[in-house]
Design a protein around this ligand. Sequence first.
Ligand code: PEP
Ligand code: MG
Length: 579
Amino acid sequence: MEIKKGIAVSPGIGISKAMIIDSEDYLIPRRQIEFSQRMIEIQRVKNAFKASIDELAEMEVGKKGIEGEKIKDIFAVHLRFLRDKSLVKRITDLIRDEFVTAEFAVSTTMRDIAGHFAKVKDHYISERAADIYDIERRVLKHLLGRKKEDLGRLKDEVAVVARQLSPTETAGLNKQFVKGIATDAGGRTSHTAIVARSLGIPAVVALEDLTEHIEAGDTIIIDGNHGVVIVSPDEDTLKQYEKYAREFVELNEKLVLIREKPAVTRDGVKITMLGNIEFPEEASTVLDKGGEGIGLYRTEFLYLNRVEEPTEEEHYKAYADTVAVFGQRPVIIRTMDLGADKFTQSKRFMREPNPFLGLRSIRFCLRNLDMFKAQLRAILRASVLGEVKVMFPLITNLQELMQAKMILHDVMEDLDEASISYNRNMEIGIMIETPSAALTGASLARDVDFFSIGTNDLTQYTLAVDRGNELVSTLYSSVDPAVLRLIRTVIQDAQKGQIGLSVCGEMASEPEQVMLLLGMGVRTISLAPPMIPEVKQVIRSVTIEECNRIARKILTMNSERHISSFLRNATRKVLPEVF
Ligand code: PEP
Ligand code: MG
């Protein structure tokens, strides 16, 4: 039995057999092999190369026409690489000399070569790095026996264990069979964690080297409440956890009963509870859990994992389907937040040195106007179907906001010319998720109808801590005094500017942080759908008077640790049965 501690990112207890995923896009863990196994691994490399060559040659034959010719050229380049004897020798030498697995040798060698290509100034040559990654994925696919494709077609229950899962991979998991997720990498507000929460799959991340201590088929307990993972538990531990898992399910079933009850504090203050979604299908979950609308629709998920970008019609359909669930209740559509850790298929190899500080989000949209305009047209067309609002992410200054609004107005004019109807008064909001936006809220407030505080990024950018990096995860906290001061400023600026205000970062999904938000003046929150009942329970158990007192006290504190423990105790006092 081995117990490992990580970060709890999605509640619940998952007990199942482990399925280990060596991700295509991330580092394959280094696993040492025995001396005697080297020839077997070398043969596996040769077989995988041969299978890749056969596969490509077969695909090449089928291509006809002009597009077909272009693809054939690409295949020809790939084939030349795959047939290069010195490449295979470099890989097999690594196995022979360093006793590593075939997967590790292939991945390390290819990435090294790709790295050299990427550094070359000549654009044509540097772009070949993408080809090398492509070839690496093809060979790995053969080595790994298409495990990834199996993920979508599971027939048995499993717990998914990986070094890293991308947000898209996580979104593709089938909740019916995937009982838990455990990864070496990741942080509490990484997009992978957010998606796991949305799906309601228990998850623990930042386990560092779990993948090196587990074999496929081992029994694993994933405790998403406490951030603990137990590999090959002994019988007593297993029994204890099975009991705990049953109790947790019962507690949740009880919580669902408060769905019909209003989110009102004990002293009668109404709090609006909206849901965060990534896909239109989640809209009905928000409703089931008692949500009153959508406060954050992360539309970039429409772009992930596909070669072709979605058409305006596909955007429109996704929005229309979501609006149909909510009728005249609000649906806030955030324009695509691509870049950083979320890439379209075509852009995934345009690596940037600091992607979270690079061409991300609204910056990416303002440089890709055709894409941006297609989305805005679809949002505007959907605006006549219900209470649609648009929201721009990652605004850092007024100029950026004005540019985005100008493009929206251009699109409105196009629709006017084509006599296509839309809601001319559709509300426009921005996410406040950079310190620069938080510090200039007073001026930004004059040009928008609402702010939504994205505490995930606001924390990341204020504290200079990558939200997905397990190495610095202990430094990441949304209740750090610096972050709280910025949040307070934003709330005050929204109040002074008489515009709407909500919080849609993960802070709103944290039962222990909700009292603080209410005490700071927040009356609308948007959160992960599975968390709505628990957070509503907290809201219904407190008075605003109490919350104000807590917020006043916390804003005088200057240690994150003290704030966290103060909040934990305060929540336990109001809801001892849940915490
Ligand atoms: C945030 O940054 O808080 C937010 C809600 O946006 P996302 O998590 O999608 O970056
Ligand atoms: Mg964000």
